[in-house]
Design a protein around this ligand. Structure first.
Ligand code: GLN
Length: 402
């Protein structure tokens, strides 16, 4: 009657510890802090979407949905992508509905990669990417995004070329990018497309922030799938959560060629099998009325972004203006030094304990944590009142530096 002697956590997961989102949200509650750490809105999305889910529950849409997703939802996703990208999509074979984009990422890597395959990741990366590559027995190759003189993050072409090899099975591209707010440019995506074709690799694109754009004129969102030669070697992932402010519903999807989606479905059927039925019914309604949902949301976030950029500067930090997403990255090191702090973890610990504001230390998003040590990530996907209160707290934090 003794407990097992070996660790409860499998070796390939042990290095990743507890996800930073759980850790920081717990600290935010503990210290009664404003939570600008985990990225989620502090308000509900449009009410008609919620009512559609209630109606679906009332009308007995409560048993398992079909494994690949409700046909009506797959159709709505296919039509939306056709409109956006100009590519034809067969909803019967080329779409699968997943439990949020996070499951889509996992099902895609597990579904199309073999152990030992290499997967190219840009760092900083959304934390599940690296863990899921490890869970699949694959090898991650990292390419750094670094801030440039124009305040945007970019990668070095030689570094990207060097990360690809004939063992590369896939590259994961998140655009608009969490946590930097970077929107990949046409030139950057063209280079990625060229390398995928040269090395016979698949592109997996995480486009969950595709509608949250702040410079659509100069930095529009582009679908890598629509680049020359990429239609049949790109799996496009997205979700409902960010566009409609229902991050807790966990409705995501993958779109790609029938061959690649067969791989994604092969994994999805054994990971979650199917996604919450009433929420899929509501998702159809949401997508039908997407136009009327997005404009107000983007203008709220654009205002918040401007307010926060100023507040970060006033607090003695150097923010990097995002072209999309929920997030701003800022260099905190000048302020940190005045507070006697050395890195992002120390800064975030101090900010939550002493100033009542929870932020994310981005070093956890790097394979080389030192690349993130001077940075901090802040989420501005909040009500105006929350942003005003956060501005006060950032000012109070700066005053502690004397
Ligand atoms: N995508 C959200 C973020 O980056 C968090 C998701 C999560 O908590 N796992 O903040």
């Amino acid at each position: 009657m003794s407990a097992p002697k070996r660790s409860g956590i499998a070796e390939h997961l042990a290095p990743f510890g507890t996800t930073i989102f759980a850790t920081m949200s717990r600290l935010a509650v503990e210290h009664n802090a404003i939570n600008l750490a985990q990225g989620f809105p502090d308000f509900d999305g449009p009410a008609f979407i919620k009512f559609a889910a209630m109606e679906a529950m009332e009308t007995q849409h409560n048993q398992y949905a079909p494994m690949p997703g409700l046909p009506g939802l797959r159709g709505a996703i296919a039509r939306r992508f056709e409109r956006d990208s100009g590519l034809a999509v067969n909803p019967d074979t080329q779409v699968v509905v997943t439990s949020g984009c996070t499951e889509a990422i996992a099902a895609t890597i597990m579904g199309i990669c073999n152990p030992g395959d290499e997967v190219v990741l840009f760092e900083p990366f959304y934390d599940s990417y690296r863990a899921v590559v490890a869970m699949s027995g694959c090898v991650a190759k990292f390419v750094a995004l670094r801030p440039q003189s124009d305040g945007r993050f970019a990668f070095d072409e030689a570094e990207l070329r060097g990360a690809f090899s004939d063992r590369t099975r896939a590259v994961l591209v998140n655009t608009p990018h969490n946590p930097t707010g970077k929107v990949f440019t046409r030139e950057e995506l063209s280079l990625i497309a060229t390398l995928c074709q040269k090395h016979d690799a698949v592109a997996i694109t995480d486009e969950v922030y595709e509608r949250l754009l702040f410079s659509p004129g100069t930095h529009p969102h582009l679908h890598l799938a629509s680049f020359d030669g990429m239609r049949d070697r790109t799996i496009t992932l997205s979700s409902l959560g960010k566009t409609f402010s229902y991050t807790g519903w966990k409705i995501g999807w993958a779109i790609g060629s029938a061959e690649l989606i067969a791989g994604v479905r092969a994994a999805h059927q054994f990971l979650t099998f199917a996604v919450a039925t009433p929420l899929q019914h509501a998702a159809v309604r949401a997508l039908e009325r997407e136009q009327e949902c997005v404009a107000d949301l983007v203008s709220l976030f654009a205002e918040n972004r401007a307010v926060m950029m100023d507040a970060l500067r006033n607090a003695g930090m150097t923010p990097y203006a995002p072209d999309g997403t929920y997030f701003i990255m800022a260099d905190h090191i000048a302020l940190s030094r005045r507070l006697g702090l050395n890195d992002d973890r120390a800064f975030c610990q101090f900010a939550v304990e002493r100033a009542g504001i929870a932020l994310i230390p981005p070093s956890v998003f790097f394979s080389r944590p030192e690349l993130g040590a001077n940075l901090v990530r802040l989420a501005f996907c909040k009500r105006r009142e929350t942003i005003s209160a956060a501005v006060e707290r950032l000012a109070a934090l700066a005053r502690l530096a004397g």
